[in-house]
Design a protein around this ligand. Structure first.
Ligand code: ACO
Length: 324
């Protein structure tokens, strides 16, 4: 028995913002951004691109590929840190939008690792009841959580969504296993406050602002080490060797983190899927967007072993192995 990805989908808002566009907003250059991060463009949403709408459009594409109707979905999990409301969840809005009336729906917050966490949850639900079909989405409108006056962070992020449909299949295809980690002690290195509080005492201490705050260098060091640790731990758990993996699809944070990872693992750069240059860092959406692109470009084929790995605020990190 396998719990397999039956279809993938992605959606990016139409508006493309280049590094040259950012030169007009903050004191930066195209050259600095490209050499430090590998990013050339990112997609930024506007009116009508709320997180749940990006999510629903990605989901519609995944449903179409899977040849599954919205009415057949039992559960919707959305990984996000940028829903347009705290309540109801983004997943409930997606359910309404798709007309997935039979599904129950909830969000999870594991920052950039949200998609691999959600995939693991969905895997376990289907193990418990193989009749279930689950829609897992990573969706972000990070432009609404970015401080556009902070050149350290505003150049990094983009908006978008990716989705997969999971279901039981005969044979050896499917999710082989996952390894997930968190370390809340390191929260302050990468965080984002909730909406400004109405509590008078907190208001007196100043409004921290609802945007991403980051110690870039520290995040960089932890990200490389943590993703390597997750990958090696998962390979040991599943008794799979690195050479057996066809494609690694990492969280697309920035090119230098990924180049460092390639170096530490001693693998060829071709083994790692990279599209950060086009979309920037889309947090929980980055892995499912990349997975959909790799799938549609036939970078992965039936029987290939694919490895997903992530790192994000929390800190949270993890990896998932899938036989395609
Ligand atoms: N344009 C021009 N100069 C800049 C910019 C910018 N956009 N941003 C910072 N600088 C300047 C700094 O002010 C500093 O100037 P100073 O030397 O005069 O003080 C100089 O560049 C070096 O700054 P550093 O922060 O040390 O630059 P670094 O080489 O570390 O690169 C970066 C910064 C790209 C953020 C890097 O630390 C990084 O990639 N960190 C990983 C963080 C990340 O990817 N976070 C995403 C969220 S977490 C995740 O998804 C995993």
């Amino acid at each position: 028995m396998g719990i397999a990805i039956l279809g993938t989908g992605a959606y990016l808002p139409e508006r493309v913002v280049t590094n040259q566009d950012l030169e007009k907003i903050v004191d930066t250059t195209d050259e600095w951004i490209r050499t430090r991060t590998g990013i050339s463009t990112r997609h930024i949403g506007g009116q009508g691109d709320e997180t749940y709408l990006l999510a629903a459009r990605a989901a519609a594409n995944a449903l179409q590929m899977a040849e599954v109707s919205a009415g057949e979905i039992d559960l919707i999990i959305v990984a996000t840190i940028s829903s347009h409301m705290l309540m109801p969840s983004c997943a409930c809005f997606v359910q309404k939008e798709l007309g997935a009336n039979r599904a129950f729906a909830f969000d999870i917050n594991a920052a950039c690792s949200g998609f691999v966490y959600a995939l693991d949850l969905a895997d376990k639900y289907i193990q418990a009841d193989p009749s279930k079909k689950i829609l897992v989405i990573g969706a972000e409108a990070l432009s609404s959580r970015t401080n556009w006056e902070d050149r350290n962070t505003c150049i990094l992020f983009g908006d978008g969504a990716g989705a997969v449909i999971l279901g039981y299949v005969e044979g050896s295809r499917g999710i082989m296993g996952s390894k997930l980690f968190s370390d809340g002690k390191l929260w302050s290195l990468l965080h984002m406050h909730t909406a400004p509080s109405c509590n008078p005492e907190l208001l007196q201490s100043g409004n921290p602002g609802v945007h991403i705050v980051m110690e870039g260098r520290e995040v960089f060091k932890y990200a490389v080490k943590a993703m390597e640790e997750a990958i090696l731990a998962l390979l040991e758990q599943e008794q799979v060797v690195l050479d057996a993996i066809k494609l690694i699809i990492p969280h697309q944070a920035n090119i230098r983190i990924l180049n460092n990872l390639v170096e530490r693992l001693g693998i060829s750069a071709e083994k790692v899927f990279i599209n950060v240059q086009k979309y920037g860092n889309t947090s929980a959406a980055s892995i499912p967007i990349a997975l959909d692109e790799a799938n549609r470009d036939s970078r992965v084929e039936a029987g290939d072993i694919v490895l997903l790995c992530s790192f994000g605020g929390g800190f949270t990190w993890g990896a998932t192995l899938i036989r395609w």
